[in-house]
Every structure is written in C-alpha cells, then in structure tokens.
Design a protein around this ligand. Structure first.
Ligand SMILES: C[S@@+](CC[C@H](N)C(=O)[O-])C[C@H]1O[C@@H](n2cnc3c(N)ncnc32)[C@H](O)[C@@H]1O
Length: 352
C-alpha cells in the first residue's frame, strides 16, 4: 500500500457506531423541502474515493450509482472514462446533461448495478479498472415528495428508485402482517415491528394506503418526538421495495467478475446491514488463509481474489460531517483485485 494512503487510513478515521439508528438518511430534514427540485452534487467521502480509485486517463471506471453525478464528475475531471448506471431515469436525465461536457468519456445506462456486466457488454465493455457503489437513495429522491420516500411530505406511497416493480403502497396493502413485521425488524431495526404491522393491517381493511402521510400518521398515532416514529418503517419499506439487500448480494460477485486485475472496488454504505454484506464479502475473498479445528494447520484460502485496502471502514472527517450531514452514517470499504496487470497499463475497452 502506498505510504500516503496508509497514513490516510490509519490517522484520519475512527470506527463509528453507524447503523440504522444513526442513519442520516431519515433523520431531521437535511435541507428545506423548498429545495426539492434541485439535484445536489455533494458526494460523500469524495476525497477518499478519488484517492483509492486513482482515476487517470486510460482508465475506465464504473459508477454503479450515478445519482447526481457528484463522484462521477470528480473521476472524469481526473481524466478517467466513466460508465455510470442508475435505476432512476430522472437521475440519468439530469446527469447526462450535467456531465455532457465530457463527451465520449462519459456514458450513462439505465439499470440495476447488479446487472452491470450485461449493461456494459451492450457498450462493448467487458472489463473496468475501478468500481464505485454509493448505496441507497439520493438527496434528490428523498426530497422529492412525488417519489414517496419521505414521511415528512405528502406524496404517493411509491418509494421505487426505478419505474418498474411493486410500490410501497402495493406492499403495505397486500403483504401479510408477519411479512411486514419481518421487513420492519430486519431492514429498519424497528422494536415495535409487530405492533406497527398489526396496526397497518387493521387500517388497510377499512381504507388501503395511498399516500406517505396516511402511513406516517398511522405509525405516529399522534406521538411526535425529536425523531419521527415512522423513520425506521419508511427506511425498511424503501429497502424492501427496491430489493436493496438482495441487489447488493447479487452485485458483488458480478462486479468482481468485470474488475480488471489491479482494479479497485469501493463501496459506500449507509447502514449496518449493507455494510456487513460488503465487509463479509471482502473478508471472505481477501484472507490469506482459512482454518478449521479439524485441520492440522491453516490452508491457503482458495477464494482469495482481493487485497483488502481498508481493514476498518472509513468514515467522514469532522470537516465533512460539518458540511454534509448525509455523510454521518457513510462507511467506505475498498479492495484491490489480485493478479497480473496494472490498471494504468490496461488498454481502454473497445467500443466505448
Ligand atoms: C446515494 S445516491 C448516489 C450519489 C452519487 N454518488 C453522487 O455523487 O451524486 C444513490 C443512487 O444510486 C441509485 N441506485 C441505488 N441502488 C441502485 C441499484 N441497485 N442499481 C442502480 N442504481 C441504484 C439511486 O437511484 C440513486 O440515484
């Protein structure tokens, strides 16, 4: 590891207790909803991402979560070619315009990053030299009432990042109580999961839910504290509606397959469930040896593909925490793919 990077990792970052409870995504409003029509470009852990991915001319980097294009803009500025994916057509329309000055060095494709290999194959690209995932929803999605992610503003109970699939209303109006409770507990860490699920099922028998406010009011039942009682339920529904956990689990091996030897994969997660998936995947494929009580000695790990560049997750610096509240629960983990090859010596994939 380069000395600069090593210093950077060991000095700056501390292990924080970031989990659903501390997630910035659904806490106090990040900024007034009057700003809801604007895309924001304040990418989290941006300096760290650039440092690790080391973008340069000749490199092709996959930004799996384009969002407002904040990270992509920095990667492009450093001379790399960026191919981005996003499930959200609104985000894509914005980012295509925002980054159009980079011409052929930037391409954006609508789709799930879990399907990146086939999306990239459609562009004639089979290998990339860096991968970034900045998981979750964008500030723009959260702040646009019509998208239905926010319990603080009335909108349709939608929550889909893309344009297909079940909405949150479909889910809360049809899922059995046990399934709703599982979602609230597993994806939201909601202590009153069973109670809220039962309350929803009783209410929907009279009138099905159509808006965010109807659901938020039912969960709150008139009790409002510093933290809205529907915080965890909304987060859990969003994760379920978009199959965020399943998508991440499918994506990691798929993305590993298209990463060139010497290339790096950086994932920023915002709650403990997704961070744990990334951590375990990285660890499983980076430990040098595995052991078993029945073996006389440890054996080389046959699944070793990576070198782990972040033994502990990296979190935002105090300065970034001050300037960007969304960075509060962000954790970055990075690996480098082992094997022959150097990202700078690899030629640019044809067809891009
Ligand atoms: C946190 S934002 C990314 C912000 C971006 N890095 C920036 O600097 O502006 C996450 C974006 O990823 C998209 N997204 C989340 N999960 C996705 C998936 N599985 N496939 C494709 N896009 C996804 C969301 O629609 C959203 O636009």
């Amino acid at each position: 590891m380069a000395p600069r990077l090593h210093r950077f990792i060991s000095n700056r970052f501390h292990r924080a207790h970031h989990d659903i409870q501390s997630s910035a995504l659904y806490q106090e409003p990040i900024h007034p909803f009057t700003m809801n029509s604007s895309f924001r470009h304040d990418p989290v852990l941006a300096a760290e991402v650039v440092e690790f991915l080391s973008p340069s001319p000749g490199m092709t980097i996959l930004d799996g979560t384009l969002g407002g294009g904040g990270h992509s803009a920095l990667l492009l500025k450093a001379g790399a070619m960026v191919i981005g994916t996003d499930r959200d057509p609104e985000a894509l329309a914005h980012v295509r315009m925002h980054l159009s000055a980079h011409g052929d060095r930037f391409k954006a494709v609508e789709g799930n990053f879990a399907e990146a290999p086939s999306l990239l194959a459609g562009l004639g690209v089979t290998q990339v030299h860096g991968i970034l995932l900045d998981l979750g929803v964008s500030s723009h999605q959260l702040d646009t009432p019509e998208r239905g992610f926010s319990f603080q503003r009335e909108g349709p109970l939608d929550m889909r990042m893309g344009r297909s699939g079940e909405t949150a209303a479909d889910l809360v109006n049809t899922a059995p109580a046990a399934e709703l409770a599982r979602i609230f507990r597993q994806y939201g860490d909601e202590p009153r999961a069973i109670q809220f699920a039962a309350r929803i099922v009783r209410a929907r028998e009279k009138t099905p839910f159509t808006t965010t406010k109807e659901l938020a009011d039912l969960i709150a039942a008139g009790r409002l504290g510093p933290r809205h009682p529907a915080t965890r339920v909304f987060q859990a529904l969003r994760i379920a509606v978009n199959d965020e956990i399943g998508g991440l689990e499918r994506a990691l091996p798929e993305l590993t397959a298209i990463l060139a030897p010497g290339g790096r994969m950086a994932v920023i997660s915002f709650h403990s469930l997704e961070d744990r998936i990334v951590k375990h995947f990285y660890r499983r494929h980076s430990v040098a040896e595995i052991d078993d009580p029945t073996w006389p000695a440890p054996r080389p790990n046959p699944e070793r593909i990576f070198d782990l560049l972040t033994p502990r997750s990296l979190t935002a610096s105090p300065a970034e925490l001050d300037s960007n509240p969304r960075s509060r629960s962000a954790r970055l983990r990075v690996v480098e793919k082992r094997g022959q090859g150097s990202v700078v010596s690899l030629s640019t994939p044809s067809g891009v």
